[in-house]
Design a protein around this ligand. Structure first.
Ligand SMILES: Cc1cc2nc3c(=O)[nH]c(=O)nc-3n(C[C@H](O)[C@H](O)[C@H](O)COP(=O)(O)OP(=O)(O)OC[C@H]3O[C@@H](n4cnc5c(N)ncnc54)[C@H](O)[C@@H]3O)c2cc1C
Length: 381
């Protein structure tokens, strides 16, 4: 009998655990650990903010996985020893035959002076009600969506946020009274989509009269002012996307690579330690063009599926599955009822190959289906 320990009940961890359960005989134990007993769909934060759906509708109880034969224990992981495949938690230690680390990335607004005090952070679900109330009470002025540091999950989401905001204000007949600007520290808007994808996104923003500024690194935030070091920008309301960092338990462990992220084999997602895998936002996979593989739920899910197949094959003595091919996609929401589709072959050399399919109602419906299918397949109806 083997025990697979999955750390993290987010997108990657739940995908891995549910896929493994379908592949492994009942005698093998799958134990999922998370500090929280709820799973929350990341994309719901913007849906809740703009009245497209609620966070509650995309929230599930991880204990529901027990009915499928996945053990769930609510524990805080304090230490990981990848050599012995042992973890220490606030309620004792656990050993595993196979370890899958899917602990995500943490928003760190504290790394940018003034960001916590002066910006709304909707990269954390707790920030959504405050911004919703502020927008409802806002009479007009300059709204800035600032990418305040790299990396952050879901690279297109700040631009989605700006376009959904524009759509909502126009719908409320208030558009004339607001200016909206997105700022990024990067030289182009969406580095993972390349120069062409970024130029396409710029056109979409211009068409909506949304301003944008590239190469703007936020040094500090003061009341009503963004300080970029060489220039300053006033705002009336700031939506700040904080830099993200690996959880401390990872940075303090032997799994930590450059910047504290977990380095993995891009084809297998195995770490440098035998039978220890890492997937999702906690990893850093560097592409042929030097950019990182985007942090996104869709990637964490696909990586989890590959890792589940590999562990099941090892346990049964079957041949290893094909390496992960680096293909992924995302639906970029452009209004409450439309989205574009961005598809990427991220492992292509010398550059990722990106295909863009224009704004349509069908793509927005596909995004809703993407979410519904995962909730259904992971947690049941
Ligand atoms: C506003 C917004 C919009 C987004 N939109 C999209 C989208 O449209 N499409 C898309 O694909 N992605 C989207 N994402 C990104 C997506 O949510 C993440 O990339 C995805 O959740 C990453 O999955 P993960 O499993 O790596 O980490 P997570 O889902 O973050 O899960 C990590 C889990 O580990 C647990 N954990 C961490 N540390 C510990 C510890 N020490 N002990 C115990 N438990 C711990 C956490 O509680 C958490 O449950 C969006 C994100 C945001 C913020």
């Amino acid at each position: 009998m083997a025990r697979v320990l999955v750390l993290g009940g987010g997108f990657g961890g739940v995908s891995t655990a549910t896929q493994l359960r379908r592949r492994l005989a009942d005698e093998h134990e799958i134990l999922l650990i998370d500090r929280s007993s709820t799973f929350v769909m990341g994309l719901r934060k913007l849906w809740d903010l703009f009245g497209i759906g609620s966070i509650a509708q995309g929230t599930r109880d991880l204990r529901a996985l027990e009915s499928q034969g996945i053990r769930f224990e609510r524990r805080e992981v304090l230490e990981i020893d990848p050599v012995r495949r042992t973890i220490t938690t606030h309620r004792g230690s656990l050993e595993a035959d196979y370890l899958v680390v899917a602990l995500g990335a943490e928003p760190r607004p504290d790394l940018v002076p003034g960001l916590s005090e002066h910006a709304h952070n909707v990269w954390a679900a707790s920030g959504v009600p405050g911004l919703k109330a502020a927008l409802a009470a806002f009479a007009g002025g300059e709204i800035v969506v600032a990418i305040a540091g790299m990396p952050y999950p879901c690279p297109p989401a700040p631009f989605e946020c700006a376009m959904l905001l524009e759509d909502q204000l126009r719908g409320r007949g208030l558009r004339g009274g607001f200016g909206i600007t997105v700022t990024t520290p990067k030289p182009i808007l969406l580095p993972n989509a390349g120069a062409e994808g970024s130029a396409w996104l710029a056109e979409q923003l211009v068409g909506r009269e949304i301003g944008f500024e590239t190469g703007r690194e936020v040094k500090r935030v003061e009341a009503g002012v963004l300080d970029w070091g060489d220039a300053r920008r006033e705002f009336d309301l700031l939506i700040g996307v904080p830099p993200h960092r690996p959880p401390r338990v990872i940075a303090d462990s032997a799994l930590a690579g450059p910047g504290g992220w977990v380095t993995v084999d891009p084809g297998t997602f195995e770490t440098g330690h035998q039978d220890v895998f890492a997937i999702g936002d906690v990893t850093k996979v560097t592409l042929a063009n030097g950019l990182p593989l985007p942090k996104a739920g869709v990637m964490a899910d696909l990586e989890g599926q590959r890792v589940a197949a590999a562990i099941a094959a090892r346990i049964s003595g079957a041949e290893a599955p094909e390496p992960f091919d680096g293909r992924g996609y995302c639906f970029l929401e452009m209004s409450a009822s439309t989205a574009a589709l961005i598809e990427g072959e991220f492992y292509s050399r010398p550059e990722p190959r990106i295909a863009l399919a224009d704004e349509s109602a069908e793509h927005a419906q596909l995004k809703h289906r993407f979410e519904a299918e995962r909730l259904e397949s992971w947690f049941g109806g």
